[in-house]
Design a protein around this ligand. Structure first.
Ligand SMILES: NC(=O)CC[C@H](N)C(=O)O
Length: 229
């Protein structure tokens, strides 16, 4: 599986993402700078976490208008799989590829800790290696992770099976206890209409080696590689 990771000034999770993709696919991803106007033909494009352009204006707002994003958006519309993690999720909402917005965390604090996530759908190329109802323990590290969309959009996301992950308690209960940022309906990750775009706030790439404190994120990458190879 060939992949490309997009880099902006201020991106900081590209090496973690690179290691996770290399571990699961055996292939080193391309690293593509924001000034490029074309992304090579790959099976998967990833927008990793960080602080693109210092989070100025709004997280992801300037990155979404980078030259490289024109080609990312065009390729996503053609069906190329695109994964955005954390800052990458913010960039994808700013491009309009995903609905809604990531607002300031409800308690206005940067949150950096492990959270529990319930897998809501295994019906996608991204989540086919995971089981519905499975609980994954992975880190979050953000100040703008509070997912917001209007009620009609939230109903539509739920009705179309486009909620990928929700924050939950360790026993899998989705009752708000595990929600670190105030996200609407405990949403931690969503798909676009055609499910070739996934945005998620938690960092599965930081949970693929025992030295990172756990390996719960690995199933996601192994599943993506199986789906795209
Ligand atoms: N780890 C990240 O990607 C952080 C995203 C963004 N800078 C925020 O703090 O919300």
């Amino acid at each position: 599986m060939k992949s490309a990771i997009i880099l902006f000034p201020g991106t900081n999770r590209e090496q973690d993402m690179r290691a996770a993709l290399r571990q699961s696919s055996g292939v080193d991803p391309y690293l593509i700078f924001h000034r490029e106007t074309e992304v090579p033909e790959v099976d998967l494009i990833v927008i990793p976490g960080g602080f693109a352009h210092g989070d100025y204006l709004r997280c992801g707002a300037m990155a979404a208008r980078s030259p490289v994003m024109r080609d990312v958006v065009a390729k996503a519309k053609r069906g190329v799989p695109v994964l955005g993690v954390c800052n990458g999720f913010q960039v994808l909402t700013e491009t309009g590829l995903l609905p809604g917005a990531l607002m300031r965390n409800a308690d206005l604090k940067f949150v950096c800790r492990n959270v529990d996530l319930r897998v809501e759908s295994s019906q996608s190329l991204f989540t086919s290696g995971l089981s519905e109802g499975q609980v994954m323990n992975v880190p979050v590290a953000h100040h703008d992770g509070n997912y917001f969309a209007d009620e009609a959009t939230l109903d539509r996301l739920e009705g179309e099976g486009r909620v990928a992950f929700r924050y939950c308690a360790p026993d899998g209960a989705v009752d708000g206890r595990g929600n670190p940022n105030g996200s609407a309906r405990n949403i931690a990750g969503i798909f676009n209409e055609t499910k070739n775009v996934l945005g998620m706030m938690p960092h599965p790439e930081d949970s693929v080696e025992p030295i990172q404190g756990g390996t719960d994120g690995r199933g996601l990458f192994d599943g993506i590689v199986r789906a795209l190879s």
